[in-house]
Design a protein around this ligand. Structure first.
Ligand SMILES: Cc1cc2nc3c(=O)[nH]c(=O)nc-3n(C[C@H](O)[C@H](O)[C@H](O)COP(=O)(O)O)c2cc1C
Length: 340
């Protein structure tokens, strides 16, 4: 694995690899860490409700770290004017893309008539995407499922994508390769129970070769990523990139042809430590736990990974809000492993 390079398949490789939008997980602290591990991987924010940006504390929802780009803001909503206004704000903050969520199955989201149930309202989705694209210069993209409820035919997703191709300027489609079952399954079950149908996503790329088609769902290894890239333009990884962030360590070399050495664990820990101290001192309400919780999977596969996790999730140790806890936890891992 270490020796192999997978040559890019497309002319525009920027979204070859991306980290999925994940509510409560892919906040700016996680994204800071991810960006230290991979220079090129495209990062997505958590889904932010358009209304929260317009009527709430936009700064809180849109702020990101210098050097975090390329980063996309994912919006939730179904009101074209609101989405346009929120997209404009995202562009002004410096996001590189705005993405519309048409895949979230949560009952709370269904009540607001957006997320996955938008797949049943393709004309409304087209209106939303057009309003957003009219408001900004950055690309407007969409993330969706292959169908909702009992729509198991390939034609469902093909019609959805085909209609949007005709009616909008959207050219990037992120396809979570399973249905959303809107009745009876929790959001978590909706990421596990409906079967994955990668062949539907491959077929979309064959039938819509001019579109950028990104595949998402259930991808956990670099070998799987390489195999999917034979068929689609990009692969989006969610849970594995969160629970095992160091999977991203070789992505620049394997998938972006960037031969620079991957970041060393010690260097990464040092950067996260410095970042946590700066953030805590900035006085915007950040506490050590907000940052430490995203690092729990960082030592995955190493000796004393459990000690690392235990120390950085221990409420007693975290309460002093002192980032040196990260260095102390690292000392336990460092001494237990043999380093090249
Ligand atoms: C904790 C969590 C939160 C999520 N939040 C969002 C979200 O805000 N927007 C979205 O489009 N998908 C969301 N998802 C779905 C992921 O983006 C992704 O589609 C899904 O996890 C499948 O990819 P994976 O198997 O690589 O994790 C979330 C997933 C998880 C685990």
């Amino acid at each position: 694995m270490e020796q192999t390079t997978f040559a890019p398949q497309t002319q525009s490789p920027s979204r070859r690899l991306s980290v999925a939008p994940m509510l409560d997980w892919t906040d700016r602290h996680y994204r800071y860490m991810a960006r230290q591990i991979s220079r090129h991987t495209w990062l997505y924010s958590e889904m932010i409700n358009a209304g929260a940006i317009i009527y709430g504390d936009a700064q809180r929802f849109l702020m990101f770290n210098e050097g975090e780009q390329p980063v996309a803001l994912q919006l939730g909503g179904s009101e074209p004017a609101d989405l346009a206004q929120a997209a404009k704000a995202a562009e002004q903050y410096g996001y590189n893309e705005v993405n519309l969520n048409c895949g979230c199955p949560s009952p709370r989201v269904q009540k607001g008539a957006f997320g996955a149930c938008l797949m049943n309202e393709v004309d409304l989705v087209a209106d939303c995407l057009n309003a957003m694209q009219d408001a900004v210069q950055i690309p407007v993209t969409v993330k969706h499922r292959i169908g909702v409820d009992r729509q198991t035919e390939y034609q469902t997703v093909a019609d959805f994508v085909g209609t949007l191709q005709r009616k909008t300027a959207c050219r990037t489609f992120i396809v979570h390769a399973r249905n959303a079952w809107l009745d009876g399954l929790s959001p978590k079950e909706n990421r596990e129970v409906p079967p994955l149908k990668y062949e539907y996503v491959y077929r979309l790329k064959q039938e819509f070769p001019d579109l950028e088609i990104l595949l998402n769902g259930g991808v956990t290894t670099n070998e799987e990523i390489a195999a999917h890239l034979q068929h689609v333009d990009g692969v989006m990884v969610g849970r594995e990139a969160y629970h095992n962030p160091m999977i991203m360590r070789h992505w620049d070399r394997l998938f972006y042809q960037d031969d620079r050495a991957p970041i060393a664990y010690a260097e990464l820990v040092e950067r996260i430590y410095r970042y946590s101290q700066t953030q805590i001192q900035a006085g915007r309400g950040t506490i050590l736990r907000h940052i430490a919780r995203h690092t729990l999977g960082l030592m995955h596969g190493l000796k004393n990974a459990r000690t690392w996790r235990r120390m950085l999730s221990d409420a007693n140790l975290l309460k002093d809000n002192d980032g040196t806890l990260i260095l102390q936890a690292w000392a336990e891992v460092e001494k237990a492993n043999v380093w090249e």
